[in-house]
Structure formats: C-alpha cells, structure tokens
Design a protein around this ligand. Structure first.
Ligand SMILES: O=C(O)CCC(=O)C(=O)O
Ligand SMILES: [Fe+2]
Length: 272
C-alpha cells in the first residue's frame, strides 16, 4: 500500500539540499544509483541539520502512525541523465536485518525535482493507493518471489518475477517536495531518466521501535525521530554518527558497542 502525504518539503529546503548534493556527489555522472548517497546526511553538520528539517516536515504523519518512530535509513537517491530504470521489487526482500514483528517499515520518498515518466519517477500500483496511512503494512502483505540479476552496480539487484505485478506498476508523477509513503510490502520500480537533468530524491525509512524483537542490538542503537528532533543539533549529530557507523554497530564488536552505548547513555543523561 502507498499514500501521498499532505505535508511538503518547502521549496527553499529543496533548493538548498539539491545544490548541496550536486556539489557533494562528484560521481553523479554514473548512470546507476550512487552509493555515496547512503552516507550523505552523516558527512557534515549542515547535512545533519537538513535531515532534522526533513523529519520535521513529516512529523505529523509519523506521530499518527508510530508510537516511537525509529530512523532506519536516510539516503539520497540520485539518477543521472541516462540513468537506468529501477526494477520492480518489494523493499522487505532487501532488509534482512529487519528483526521486528509486525514489520512496520515505511519509506518516505520525496523528489527534489518535479518527476515524471521521462526523468525517473516512481511506479506504484494504483489500486494499492490509500488515503489513510494507517493502512500501510496492514493489508496486502504478500511477499512475491524475486529473481536475482547482476547489473553493473545496481542499487536494487532483485526483481519480482510475476509479470502481472510488473504490468500493474504505473508512473506516479509528482512535483518536487511532495512526499510519497509506501510500506515495505508495496511493489514499486522507477522509470529511467532520459531527461538532461539529475533526478534527485531522498528517502527516509522509519520503524516502530516498540516492535523490535528482543536483543536486537543493531537496530536498538538507531536514534528515534524524537531524539533527533529534541536533542541540540550538535550532540544529536555525534549520536547520529555513532548510530551510522557500521563498524561500531557490528553486534560482534562487543567492546565498541559497550563504549558506544556508555557514551550514548552519558549524553542522554546530560540532555535530560
Ligand atoms: O528512487 C528510486 O528510483 C527507487 C527507490 C527505491 O526503490 C527505494 O528507495 O526503495
Ligand atoms: Fe525500493
């Protein structure tokens, strides 16, 4: 299921982020997704502050859906001129570490340019559209079988096999700053970019912290949206860097995990 969100990212923020991404992503000419987009918000303080403003813009739908929303991913997704289409998939098949029940991940996806079927808009199934985001992750929870394929550097190297699902995905053309929310079971793809401009978009994926399975060391370390919004930006940024460091978050690396959780505890106490 998926939904259009009433809140918007303001045009000034869209412009500021877009011009910064074009400076940041020097490999942006690659025709596939650039993996450096995964690190963008953790690369400097200004970009972390962008993230804060982005989360503020979806604060109300988040509060309506989640008791204690946890930030799972925050990425930039760029598709350069000539960029390939993205194959049809369900995000749940890529998220092996999603140890929670029920699985309540929602992707909030927002283009930073008006998107259409010529420059890489998302494709979703029209009959799966809902006005009420409370329906997300509740109905249509079938997981389709996917086939692997090796495309050079593809960001999404699995594709749904069922032809009738591929045919049902249709372009969702929206203006920059408008949010689409889709759940982790929602089949989706995106069009190739045959325009002369970069299709810049970003996504934020949110989970319900209270649904994590016990001892989920990796996901427990992630920051909640309320922490990000409440903490003074500089301290929030340090904690965000901690929670983004895959080395420190490797559950096998117990000593580093201990140091991190101790430091976080001290910082949390200080912030109360
Ligand atoms: O941004 C795109 O074109 C596709 C993104 C996607 O499939 C995702 O973020 O899960
Ligand atoms: Fe996806």
């Amino acid at each position: 299921m998926w939904s259009l969100i009433k809140e918007r990212l303001g045009p000034t923020l869209v412009d500021d982020i877009s011009s910064d991404i074009l400076k940041y992503d020097t490999n942006i000419e690659s025709s596939e997704f650039n993996r450096s987009g995964k690190k963008y918000f953790a690369t400097n303080f200004k970009r972390y502050k962008f993230l804060k403003s982005i989360l503020k813009s979806i604060y109300y739908p988040l509060q309506a859906y989640y008791k204690n929303p946890l930030l799972y991913h925050a990425f930039i997704l760029s598709k350069s001129p000539g960029g390939n289409s993205t194959s049809c998939h369900q995000d749940i098949v890529f998220w092996r570490d999603l140890e929670m029940e029920p699985r309540t991940a929602i992707t909030f996806w927002v283009p930073l340019i008006n998107v259409n079927n010529k420059n890489g808009c998302l494709k979703l199934i029209p009959t799966e559209k809902t006005e009420n985001i409370l329906h997300l992750n509740k109905i249509d929870k079938k997981i389709y079988s996917h086939k692997d394929f090796k495309s050079q550097n593809s960001g999404f190297p699995k594709e749904i096999k069922e032809k009738y699902i591929l045919e049902r995905c249709k372009p969702v053309e929206i203006d920059s700053g408008n949010w689409i929310a889709f759940d982790c079971y929602s089949p989706h793809s995106s069009c190739s970019n045959i325009s002369e401009y970069h299709r810049l978009a970003l996504k934020v994926v949110v989970l319900e912290k209270d649904n994590l399975l016990k001892n989920n060391k990796k996901l427990e370390q992630l920051l909640t949206i309320n922490q990000i919004l409440k903490f003074p930006s500089f301290l929030g940024y340090i904690l965000f860097l901690f929670s983004n460091s895959s080395r420190i978050n490797n559950p096998k690396n117990r000593v580093l995990l201990k140091i991190k959780s101790l430091t976080s505890k001290i910082l949390f106490m200080f912030l109360k």
